[in-house]
Design a protein around this ligand. Structure first.
Ligand SMILES: [Fe+2]
Ligand SMILES: [Fe+2]
Length: 274
């Protein structure tokens, strides 16, 4: 019988995104058909550099050109940035499986479903990029999301709290604006892709919340207080609003957390004005 952790490691190591996603979909089917063993004393599989083709080239975030809606190229560049986040999220999901053996079955269900969604998001965005005459790999990209995944990797609570509840949660706030923008410029198909992404991301952030709280409970720490402590520790500044409060509530943010996010955002704006 094939082993879930071995298969997840294999997915991580595949360089070509199309192949990575195709192989991943087979793993998802095998998991859903209970054809994979997982309840075993597997050691963590640490893959700090997932497979990656020569393109896109990876640059620091400040070296990326400003994106926008001014030209086809700028739009393609914007979709490319999103596609790069999606393929990174595919790697993140497989990494969340093979790096952390010994979790409950529901944990693996969550990240298997996420790997499937993120793969579909990547493919849908790549198609939109191609319709504009470009392809994935044609623009540079940055590796901030993956770097944060590695920085937090030694502690599952930190990984879930920061990577999913801060970085991925940002999509809940900003993707709806991108949807509106694409609707305004009459790119209805791209808007549809982004609406699907926005809906799925709520489930991924909810999975992050679920396992973040699971770790907090195990370590007997207060999840809300710890969340803001971790943000300070890893990012040194709190997320900026406006926040999509209903999506964040659906993704498991407590009322207290949303109130605090808004409070820190207002404080930041006030400090900037004074
Ligand atoms: Fe996604
Ligand atoms: Fe996601």
């Amino acid at each position: 019988m094939k082993n879930l952790f071995q298969e997840a490691e294999h997915c991580l190591k595949i360089s070509d995104p199309q192949e990575k996603i195709a192989y991943g979909m087979e793993v998802v089917s095998d998991w859903n058909a209970t054809n994979l063993e997982w309840d075993c004393s597997d050691s963590p599989r640490i893959i700090n550099s997932p497979g990656h083709l020569d393109k896109p080239i990876i640059v620091p975030p400040n070296k990326l050109k400003k994106r926008g809606f001014g030209s086809q190229q700028q739009i393609a560049s914007l979709l490319h940035a999103l596609a790069h986040i999606e393929i990174t999220a595919v790697n993140l999901a497989w990494d969340s499986i093979c790096r952390y053996p010994g979790m409950p079955q529901e944990y693996y269900d969550d990240w298997i479903n996420t790997a499937k969604d993120e793969g579909e998001h990547f493919l849908a965005l790549r198609q939109q990029i191609k319709l504009l005459g470009y392809d994935y790999g044609d623009f540079p990209a940055h590796a901030e999301l993956w770097n944060m995944a590695i920085q937090t990797a030694d502690n599952l609570m930190h990984r879930m709290g920061i990577v999913h509840r801060v970085l991925e949660a940002r999509a809940l706030d900003v993707v709806p604006f991108a949807v509106q923008k694409f609707q305004t410029i009459k790119s209805g198909d791209t808007a549809k892709v982004l609406i699907r992404i926005a809906n799925d991301e709520v489930n991924h952030v909810a999975a992050g919340t679920r396992w973040y709280r699971y770790c907090c409970e195990k370590e007997k720490v207060d999840p809300d207080k710890t969340f803001f402590k971790l943000i300070k520790q890893y990012l040194n500044s709190y997320p900026r609003g406006p926040f999509n409060e209903s999506s964040r509530a659906s993704a498991g943010f407590s009322k207290n957390e949303i109130t605090l996010l808004k409070y820190y955002d207002a404080e930041h704006k006030q400090n900037r004005q004074s």
